[in-house]
Design a protein around this ligand. Structure first.
Ligand code: DGJ
Length: 729
């Protein structure tokens, strides 16, 4: 069966090159719905001929250039597959260099290409480009995922010139797209206000999305974006491209609407303060730029991306996760061993899998009793924890729950032994006053000794506490005064920092491949597919007000699968515990509350909800997600998760407007069902003592539910309604 599938994939995943004439070559990269068609012309210019819906007959791609009226000779380089600078191109380049002899010009011409079938519907095309004058080359890589319509693109830059070459710019990719108009959906935010979206029509010139924060790079602007073609895409209609850089550091994406109304998207590491000196024979490997294109609106694009993420990118994207009780908001820094032991008992009582000990457990000379001291000194605080972490791990095991721990190993408080012992390990300008973000500084991960230190923080925790089952990895500061006492070339700092971070994460993962780790950055300051290779989940925001979370989780869900979204029930917001728990269940459920403060009914609700969650979490984590009612467009938000077999699903519905008479006046149209099948809908997760307002005796065809819809009866008395839908056999 496996062999047969492989043969099938080899047949369908076709990257073939079509020699059009003796000198011209067409190279289509085809996936289930799309084709990116490259062309090497007679002069060996490699251009992007087309990116869009694929054709049935590959031979017809050669006719595309005739369909577009060429208005000037300039087009020859304006649609370059990887745009050099200093020679014939005057648009925004993908790459800019100074050669060993001081010359600033670069030209890149097609030499050859190669394609590999990597199995599982994945294909990798590499295209070698060389400068005809200088010993300088770029290899473009296109890794395409057939079923998911996703492409990851990156470049490897190399030269054999007599001495070093300076790379001033080194994008991962540039795209070239044709449409009548382009609509950009971008995101911005701040602490507790992550993922605020804006959509606007792109006008001529360059729109830049970027970050220069070094760490916590997404705090003000994440690298994910959407571009709708011809008109703003809706949930189910329109052509839309999703893009994201797989990188956790400074990024830059330029969207240039050129003089011929084509859109050029150039994305990569931000070259801000980062000219890179490339030695002869050294490979400069850019991070991947990820994109997918859908012709059926945003919903289909995000389902493709989520499927890709679970199958190919996120660590253990298809495996189980742990529900948890976190103590951050329950105690902040104020706890001791006895208090924690009580919380561990509460973990058991609540019915979640793991107790997560947050910030404040470490440091002795400068105890971590607030955020002003102790960061960097990773020995358990003897006053709070006289018997160390081990006793807590045991206590957890005695209560049949697991134990996890918070760390922030990239950071240091000036008030710490680490700072006293290794001032040269800290990122700071030697001649300037220190400038703090949350009273802390960043460690210089470009220094291999610092990498060893950070690795050891994690390694020691595991070797000393064998049963440790979970890590929350925080990152609360940006980089001010970027300077490394270790590096000779300061222009390499931002790049070497990220290389250092990824080195550490690789070492951790090769020794501890399966331990779940949460990617936290004072909220969602660092969420990207570069990091999610090492992490199982991320913390979207410190803002856990469930009303806010409905909007935030909605936006994140365009790009990331629900299994990666760590959602905790806390005391933020004014909504009842049912509302808070229901919102948190739309991802990976956790709690950060004082269980003892719950009244009897609230506790009962949480305990039952966790049991229910355990029965449907596989659908939320691995099923298909359908956005049914957008909270920005009406009184209610409605989100469904339907299993692959279309036989079971769960639908979350919330009131998001408090005005008089708000509610689900109209039915909500379902999606993703089998039109011919019959379904029954029941209400689950009912608050103790309440009854459902829906008629559970009726059955409906999939067609009815997707055409007419179903009313969840959301109103001021029923602000949160969770429905289960099941096919009748
Ligand atoms: C910021 C995180 O987002 C919080 O959840 C918590 O872990 C604190 N840091 C601890 O300092």
């Amino acid at each position: 069966m496996r062999f047969a599938l492989k043969v099938l994939w080899t047949l369908v995943v076709c990257i073939v090159s079509i020699p059009v004439s003796a000198q011209e070559e067409i190279i289509p990269i085809t996936t289930a719905e799309n084709a990116m068609v490259l062309k090497a012309d007679q002069k060996k210019n490699l251009s992007i001929l087309y990116y869009g819906r694929k054709l049935g007959n590959n031979n017809e791609y050669a006719l595309i250039s005739q369909a577009y009226k060429q208005t000037s000779d300039y087009t020859e380089v304006a649609d370059a597959a990887y745009t050099p600078s200093g020679s014939r191109n005057l648009l925004e380049p993908a790459i800019t260099v100074t050669h060993a002899d001081g010359n600033n010009s670069l030209d890149l011409r097609y030499v050859q290409h190669e394609q590999k079938d990597l199995g599982n519907g994945v294909n990798q095309l590499s295209i070698l480009l060389k400068d005809p004058v200088y010993n300088f080359q770029v290899t473009l890589f296109y890794k395409s995922y057939y079923k998911q319509d996703v492409v990851e693109q990156w470049a490897v830059i190399r030269h054999t010139e007599k001495s070093n070459v300076t790379l001033h710019k080194y994008a991962s990719a540039n795209l070239h797209i044709k449409a009548k108009s382009f609509w950009l959906t971008q995101y911005h935010g701040d602490w507790a206000k992550e993922m605020q979206s804006e959509t606007s029509r792109l006008t001529h010139g360059i729109k830049t999305l970027d970050s220069k924060l070094g760490t916590r790079a997404n705090l003000f602007q994440p690298s994910v974006f959407m571009v709708s073609l011809d008109q703003p895409a809706t949930e189910d209609e329109g052509t839309v491209l999703y893009g994201a850089l797989e990188y956790s550091g400074n990024f830059k994406t330029d969207l240039e609407l050129d003089y011929q109304n084509n859109l050029r998207i150039i994305s990569g590491i931000n070259n801000y303060a980062s000219a890179y000196t490339l030695k002869p024979n050294e490979d400069f490997v850019t991070p991947g730029f990820l994109y997918t294109l859908s012709h059926n609106g945003k919903g289909s694009a995000s389902r493709k991306l989520q499927d890709w993420a679970r199958n190919f990118k996120v660590l253990d994207g298809k495996k189980d996760r742990l529900t948890l009780l976190n103590n951050w908001e329950a105690t902040y820094f104020d706890f001791d061993e006895n208090k924690l032991k009580e919380l561990i008992k509460d973990t058991k009582k609540l019915g979640v899998d793991l107790f997560l000990l947050d910030d404040g457990w470490f440091a002795n000379k400068y105890p971590r009793n607030g955020d002003v001291a102790g960061l960097g000194d990773w020995a358990p605080n003897r006053k709070k924890l006289p018997n160390g972490i081990g006793t807590l791990v045991k206590e957890a095991a005695n209560n049949q729950v697991k134990f996890g721990i918070w760390i922030e190993p990239e950071m240091v408080n000036p008030k710490s032994e680490l700072y006293e012992q290794h001032p040269d390990w800290v990122v700071k300008q030697p001649q300037r006053a220190e400038h703090y973000f949350r009273n802390q500084l960043v460690l210089d991960l470009s220094n291999p000794k610092v990498q060893d230190f950070v690795f050891k923080v994690v390694d020691d925790l595991f070797s000393q506490n064998g049963e440790l089952a979970y890590i929350k990895w925080d990152c609360n500061a940006v980089i001010y005064n970027a300077h490394s006492a270790y590096l000779k070339n300061q222009s390499h700092f931002y790049i070497e920092y990220m290389r250092g971070l990824y080195n550490v994460l690789k070492r951790i993962r090769s020794k501890y491949p399966a331990v779940p780790m949460m990617l936290c950055s004072g909220g969602g300051g660092r969420v990207d597919y570069g990091a999610l290779e090492y992490f199982t989940e991320f913390w979207p925001s410190d803002n856990t007000d469930p009303l806010e979370r409905i909007f935030m989780q909605w936006e994140y869900s365009y790009f990331y699968p629900a299994i990666t979204s760590a959602n905790h029930v806390t005391d933020w917001g004014k909504q009842p515990v049912k509302f808070r728990t229901d919102v948190a269940m739309m991802g990976k459920l956790g709690f950060d509350i004082v269980v003892k403060h719950l009244n009897e009914k609230d506790l009962q609700y949480c305990q039952n909800a966790i049991k229910q969650y355990n029965s449907f979490k596989d659908i939320v984590w691995f099923g298909k997600q359908y956005r049914l009612a957008n909270p920005t467009e009406g009184d209610i938000a409605s989100m469904a998760y339907i299993n692959e077999e279309q036989s079971k699903g769960v639908i979350f519905n919330y009131l998001v407007n408090n005005r008089y008479g708000s509610g689900s006046i109209y039915p909500v149209r379902l999606k993703g069902l089998d039109a011919a099948a019959k379904y029954r809908i029941t209400e689950i997760c009912l608050y103790p003592g309440t009854k459902t307002s829906i008629d559970e005796s009726k059955t409906y065809s999939g067609e009815f539910l997707m055409t007419i819809g179903f009313n969840p009866v959301v109103n001021a008395q029923r602000t949160s309604v969770v429905l289960s839908i099941e096919k009748i056999r």
